[in-house]
Design a protein around this ligand. Structure first.
Ligand code: OXD
Ligand code: MN
Length: 587
């Protein structure tokens, strides 16, 4: 097969010449094709069927042990000008980038099939959707792309009609970490990734296209591509507000997106639109409208149980691909904190031995279609998206950051987002638990200079006075003995309610230099077992610690040099002056 688009056929030919596959296969996206991919992987031993009675249509893939997470140190943004990629990205000149990566692609698909995957990020009939074509030699990628994106014939028809698409070339190569590169060429709308089969490195529609390339497209076209879940919160009166929330990788976005309201808050309902990525477009009414470009989830497995996230726990009992979990002796998937069963074989295929570490890899994942989710919102398919009431930033911070606070304005909210910091997690190769700046939870994903990105964010405030309020949350505050102060999970609905009430003007707040905090009584704590001291700690700030934090944020922002928008410096100076005033009054 070929397409009706000469540019696409020519690119497939050019790639086939370089990589020399045995066959070329154009994906249609059919269910039969999906099962053929699963069969092919079962025959070559890269996929195992799990217990078909307890986990129907569920499969397990074990990665090469060196290939279990994103690799930020091997991820590059290749722009003509180094400063356009910014200090937030690893940079290589495009010519050098192509030369380095093409050398690795030479003959890489010998003995393999080259799969052509046309895909559409966003509902196929949405003006906000953007298309791409991924070429890969991995049936695992084809199967995962089927669950995660709208791929195949319908996407190809749109691509042929539009005549343009993002080019994504992927090969697992020989999985040698020394020959692994994840390259982005935003000016050419091109991605080249070799040497890894891991989700964020290999499912190119996700981080590479829908965040790095799309963030670049979004700046040129006047919208935002963000690392945000989208959730609908329906009140007992039937009113639904949509919230977009940016949290760093492996900080609970999937759990928040499909939260189960606690029994003590009857009548509340949650609807999931997306769990990882939001594309936000200004509407004619001045509000922001969000679509989720994906149509499936690639979620972290460990910690998922009937208590933390029953929706997710149920959703992954059928039609799922598991990657790097352990197995029980009955061939059921197993992971830490599953709260049932015992591991028998670990994620590396060895008999389980606690001396070898966790049975499931801490970044083990499930892939499922969004339709598996019992609370999937039908509006996730709406071409025009949903109006956003509030934008929420957050990080994983043991100390300092209160449970929730609201920025004083859009411009101040951009500073709050730019100042986000979080402890690192297993979603990226490297040390875990180290606090690092992760502005807007986009540190690994912004495809251009953060200074220009913040200027782009600020520009929305100049065009509309109907933008969502901006908030910051921290579910991860601990006391001196390392105990979490806030129960999290379903109880986070109490915080979402305060956010909605602030956005509609229904509740007051305690104004502090860093923003508006809830008065302890403003949070509905009916049925919640929390000590008054913990609630007080969660809803107050330490002025001295925040002075140090603002200094650190100031130093970080200054590292962006002259390109840093002046408005951000002004916002920072205002917060610093307020902190100083309060400190002076207290002394
Ligand atoms: C993810 C990530 O997989 O952020 O979503 O790493
Ligand atoms: Mn993510």
């Amino acid at each position: 097969m070929t397409s009706r688009l000469p540019a696409l056929n020519a690119w497939v030919d050019e790639v086939a010449q370089l990589t020399q596959p045995d066959n070329v296969y154009w994906c249609s996206g059919s269910d039969a094709e999906y099962s053929n991919m699963l069969k092919a992987m079962q025959s070559d031993g890269t996929l195992t069927e799990l217990n078909p009675d307890r986990y129907p249509n569920c499969y397990l893939h074990l990665s090469d042990p060196s290939d279990v997470a994103r690799v930020e140190h091997l991820t590059f943004v290749c722009t003509q000008e180094r400063d356009d990629a910014g200090p937030n990205n690893h940079w290589m000149a495009p010519d050098e980038g192509h030369a380095r990566v093409d050398a690795l692609f030479e003959g890489a698909m010998k003995g393999r099939t080259l799969y052509v995957i046309p895909y559409c990020m966003g509902p196929v009939d949405s003006p906000f959707a953007r298309c791409g074509v991924e070429i890969t030699d991995s049936p695992y990628v084809v199967a995962n792309m089927k669950l995660m994106t709208r791929m195949g014939d319908a996407a190809l028809a749109r691509i042929e009609h539009e005549g343009s698409f993002v080019k994504g070339l992927h090969s697992t190569g020989d999985l040698d970490p020394e020959k692994r590169l994840i390259m982005h060429f935003p000016e050419e709308l091109t991605i080249k990734s070799i040497g890894s089969g891991y989700g964020g490195n290999a499912l190119l529609g996700k981080k590479c296209h829908a965040l790095r390339i799309a963030s670049y497209q979004a700046r040129n076209e006047g919208w935002l591509a963000e690392h945000m879940l989208i959730v609908g919160v329906e009140s007992p009166e039937g009113e639904t507000h949509y919230i977009a929330c940016a949290l760093p990788s492996a900080c609970g976005k999937t759990n928040l997106a499909m939260l189960i309201p606690p029994e003590s808050l009857p009548g509340w309902k949650i609807w999931t639109l997306g769990d990882d990525i939001a594309w936000l477009h200004p509407g004619e009414d001045g509000r922001l409208y969000a679509i989720n470009p994906e149509s499936g989830y690639f979620g972290v497995v460990p910690g998922t149980n009937a208590k933390t996230n029953k929706n997710a726990f149920d959703m992954i009992t059928h039609d799922a691909i598991f990657t790097n979990v352990a197995r029980t002796k009955d061939n059921e998937p197993w992971w830490e904190d599953k709260k049932s069963g015992e591991p028998s074989i670990d994620w590396r295929g060895r008999p389980y031995d606690p001396d070898n570490g966790p049975a499931a890899h801490p970044n083990s994942r499930f892939t499922v279609a969004a339709s598996n989710n019992p609370v999937y919102s039908s509006l996730a398919e709406a071409p025009g998206g949903v109006p956003i009431t509030a934008i929420v930033f957050g990080g994983r911070r043991k100390e300092l950051a209160p449970l929730v606070y609201q920025a004083k304005s859009w411009q101040h909210g951009v500073l709050v987002g730019a100042g986000v910091a979080s402890e690192t997690t297993a979603a990226n190769v490297g040390e875990v638990g180290v606090v690092r700046r992760d502005p807007m939870a986009m540190k690994p994903f912004c495809g251009y200079n953060f200074a220009d990105y913040w200027a782009h964010w600020l520009s929305f405030g100049e065009k509309s006075d109907r933008l969502p309020g901006i908030f910051h949350v921290n579910w991860f505050r601990q006391d001196d003995s390392g105990r979490f102060l806030w129960p999290g999970f379903g109880e986070n609905l109490r915080v979402l309610r305060w956010i909605i009430d602030r956005s509609t003007g229904a509740v007051g707040a305690n104004e502090t230099p860093i923003g508006f905090l809830p008065n302890p009584d403003d949070l509905d704590t009916t049925g919640l077992d929390i000590e008054p001291d913990a609630l007080r700690a969660l809803t107050s700030i330490d002025i001295g610690q925040w002075q140090v934090e603002m200094d650190t944020i100031g130093d970080y922002l200054a590292s962006y040099g002259d390109r840093l928008p002046k408005a951000l410096e002004t916002e920072l100076a205002a917060v610093e002056a307020n902190l100083k005033d309060v400190a002076a009054k207290a002394s």
